[in-house]
Design a binder for this molecule. Structure first.
Ligand SMILES: [Fe+2]
Ligand SMILES: [Fe+2]
Length: 365
């Protein structure tokens, strides 16, 4: 059955020029329009075809309700297919949404097909991932194995934040000068940077470093999570986003179009990959021998109601506060996570990050 074109609504009107472009209604319309435009490419109907818009509207509503009841993308589409006779769209159109789906290569999910820098990152995270005190010599022996890490330490120690009397040229003295706590932070952040740079995701590296600072500040404030654990979680929480670049070209193009037209990245990831970057990142990190606690927080950082761990609540709040809009807004999730983290919205807003070595590393980049 061809959808009833006479009932068509102008998708450009739906997508856009609402009175308040920031309202949740406008955001919903933009997402429906984005989906309709993507499906129209595949189905060969105009994006304003009424049946197509009804279907996209249902998809968006179902994704919005995931905060109340989790359903995977396949179950959502199956359910929507059964609505076709009542909602007035051709059930076959659902297949065009399924057609967007691609499976990421297995070795990427295991973290084995990432750029060569990933091997170094894995080694350094393995060596420095424990929550304990480190000796200068211990850190220095790790730093000398990677020129990027050693250079980052030297740059930070020579920066205006530390203003040394004479400039450092070796990693060991630089570590001794800035202290092992700050040095470890710099090393962990520095080793991730080339991974994000090679994927053209510098913005994501900056976001990860900010998240690390904010997450460890929140941890210090509430004392429910160790500051070191907060730092590490902030750095690695969006690691799964690296995998997107390994999807087939067609899928990456569809991903980019949907995101540029207003769909949050996790929304698009669930449609195209069947899971979000938290779930992808958790798979990679479980093969890198991270702790179960950390893996769970990464896995559910955009679905915090699926995990009771305090770390998950912390990183969800960090994402919310970053303003990057990686997922659909949810006051319910924010409220629950504030409660679990033992924070008020005011306390979250007042959490600042002090001038640290990590901040300096970011400004030098
Ligand atoms: Fe993030
Ligand atoms: Fe995220």
């Amino acid at each position: 059955m061809v959808p009833n074109v006479s009932m068509a609504v102008d998708v450009r009107t739906l997508a856009g020029e609402q009175e308040n472009p920031d309202s949740s209604g406008s955001a919903h319309c933009r997402r429906v329009a984005a989906l309709a435009m993507e499906l129209s490419r595949a189905a060969g109907f105009p994006p304003s075809t009424a049946g197509l818009l009804r279907l996209c509207n249902l998809v968006d509503q179902q994704f919005e309700s995931q905060q109340f009841e989790y359903k995977d993308a396949d179950s959502i589409l199956e359910e929507i297919r059964s609505f076709a006779p009542f909602e007035g769209f051709d059930a076959a159109l659902v297949e065009h949404i399924r057609g967007l789906r691609c499976r990421l290569p297995e070795q990427i999910r295991r973290g084995e097909g990432l750029p060569v820098e990933a091997a170094t990152a894995r080694q350094i995270f393995g060596a420095l991932g424990q929550e304990r005190e480190y000796e200068v010599q211990e850190l220095a022996s790790v730093a000398v194995k990677d020129p990027v890490v050693a250079a980052s330490l030297i740059r930070v120690a020579n920066s205006s934040l530390y203003s040394p009397a004479s400039r450092f040229s070796g990693a060991g003295p630089a570590i001794a000068y800035i202290g092992t706590v700050e040095a470890r932070k710099v090393m962990l952040a520095a080793v991730l940077r080339p991974l994000f740079t090679s994927a053209g995701l510098m913005r994501l590296w900056n976001h990860s470093v900010s998240a690390a600072q904010f997450c460890s500040a929140l941890a210090e404030k509430t004392e429910r999570v160790a500051a070191e654990e907060g730092l590490m979680l902030g750095l690695i929480h969006d690691f799964g986003a690296l995998a997107v670049q390994f999807a087939p070209r067609e899928s990456r193009d569809a991903y980019t179009r949907l995101v540029e037209r207003g769909c949050p990245v996790t929304y698009v990831e669930r449609l195209i990959f069947g899971c979000d970057h938290g779930e992808i990142g958790a798979e990679i990190l479980s093969n890198w021998n991270f702790s179960d606690r950390m893996i769970e927080a990464v896995r559910f950082h955009h679905q915090p109601e699926r995990s009771e761990g305090p770390l998950t609540a912390f990183i969800y709040l960090v994402e919310f506060w970053s303003g990057l809009d990686e997922d659909l807004p949810s006051f319910r999730r924010v409220g629950e996570c504030l409660c679990r983290a033992g924070l008020s919205l005011e306390a979250l807003a007042q959490t600042g990050t002090k001038n640290s070595a990590l901040k300096t590393l970011r400004s030098l980049s």
